[in-house]
Ligand binder design. Structure first.
Ligand code: IPM
Ligand code: MG
Length: 388
């Protein structure tokens, strides 16, 4: 950041990069927060003098579409989606459709075939946001040290989709849900987690398991970890059982940096993490295909929140942070940093939605963040003279 002086503004590159982004706003507050995210991304491009631009294509894949057509994703839809640089996803979930149908019909129907096996969930107490840890521990300092990245296995484990139902309708009906752990699936995700830990200043990875009770899949998960760890001698690792991990996250947040866990364990831990960082309304998620053969998908964690949908009060911060993760994945680290700075400055000024203790609506937060992006763009001289 800030390596370009104000006196010598950067010239736009001869051929600016255009990123083709598929947007899937889907259900509930999804459309509101995604349209706020698109405004912020376009403003970011402007603040960088169109050094990069975004070209959005909207897909109306949602529960409404499912109820009308019987499908979330039309025939050939995934081939269409494959052409994009990245996917910006809102939220899926609707009271009229059972949750497992909507999840498997849309979100997992993209994550699984696109091999988005690494789910990345950064958690940090943003400037201007109060962590509940500050009051329950009486220590604001500890809460401020909460700066984690949770790496969630995103392709198998407890979400592998294996299982079945027998003796339907009988008193002795059974249902099974089989957790699947493959050596390859564990290894590719663990390598990604070690590399993530390696790229962060503390180079520290906490490996989460439950191999004391689950004696097959989880033991394989542990064994693969022990092998992979050898290739990353500079990463300091420790091992936690998932139940004990919840205590450590709450009582010693400063002792944690990067965390790796299975699909379900990390699902649960990341909700706890979001709450400890102040609100589920601010947390982002990236569903990554680290091989970059397929587009990766970026979404706020919060879900469809129908109770506040259409009221203009949804917190767009989770989507803005998600957008920062998206641009970072596309190689625009400076832009991601600037967006996060703008976002945190606005939160610090007290412009926040009700879930964060403020009074502002979605639009007000969005326009303030856009103003701040443009201001920082000028301050850091990313604007080219005459283009403002
Ligand atoms: C998440 C969510 C989803 C999940 C739900 C909506 C199925 O909780 O992204 O964390 O469990 O993966
Ligand atoms: Mg979850």
């Amino acid at each position: 950041m800030g390596s370009i002086s104000a006196e010598q503004p950067v010239a736009p590159p001869p051929s600016a990069t255009t990123f083709n982004i598929a947007s899937i706003p889907a259900d509930g507050i999804g459309p509101e927060v995604i349209s706020a995210g698109i405004k912020v991304l376009n403003t970011l491009s402007q603040a960088f003098s169109s050094h990069f631009t975004f070209n959005f294509t909207h897909f109306d894949w949602s529960s409404d579409t499912y109820l009308k057509t019987g499908r979330y994703i039309p025939e050939g839809g995934l081939d269409e989606l494959r052409k994009f640089h990245a996917i910006l996803f809102g939220a899926v979930g609707d009271l009229r459709v059972p949750d497992h149908i909507s999840l498997w019909g849309l979100r997992l129907a993209i994550c699984q075939p696109f091999q988005q096996y690494a789910n990345v969930r950064p958690t940090r107490v943003l400037r201007g946001v109060m962590s509940p840890l500050a009051s329950c521990q009486g220590s604001l300092e500890n809460a401020k040290k909460l700066d984690w990245v949770i790496i969630r296995e995103n392709s198998e484990g407890e979400y592998a989709g294996q299982g079945g139902r027998s003796h339907l309708g009988q008193l002795w009906e059974v249902g099974t849900e089989v957790s699947v752990f493959s050596r390859h699936g564990c290894e590719r995700l663990l390598r990604f987690a070690y590399e993530t830990a390696q790229s962060r200043p503390r180079k520290k990875l906490t490996f989460v398991t439950k191999s004391n009770a689950q004696r097959n899949g989880m033991v394989l998960w542990d064994e693969v970890n022990a092998i992979v760890a050898k290739d990353y001698p500079d990463v300091e690792t420790d091992k936690m059982l998932v139940d004990a991990m919840t205590c450590r996250m709450t009582l010693q947040p400063e002792s944690i940096d990067t965390v790796v866990a299975t699909n379900l364990h990390a699902d649960i831990l990341s909700d706890l993490a979001a709450a400890l960082a102040g609100s589920i309304g601010i947390a982002p998620t990236s569903n990554l295909d680290p091989t970059r053969k397929n587009p990766s998908m970026f979404e706020p964690i919060h879900g469809s929140a129908w109770d506040i949908a259409g009221k203009g009060v949804a917190n767009p911060v989770g989507t803005f942070w998600t957008c920062a993760e998206l641009v970072r994945w596309l190689g625009q680290g400076e832009a991601a940093d600037l967006l996060m700075d703008a976002l945190e400055t606005v939160l610090e000024q007290g412009v926040k939605t009700r879930d964060l203790g403020g009074q502002a609506g979605t639009e007000e937060v969005t326009s303030k963040v856009c103003e701040e992006i443009l201001r920082l763009g000028k301050e850091r001289a990313f604007f080219v003279k005459g283009k403002e």
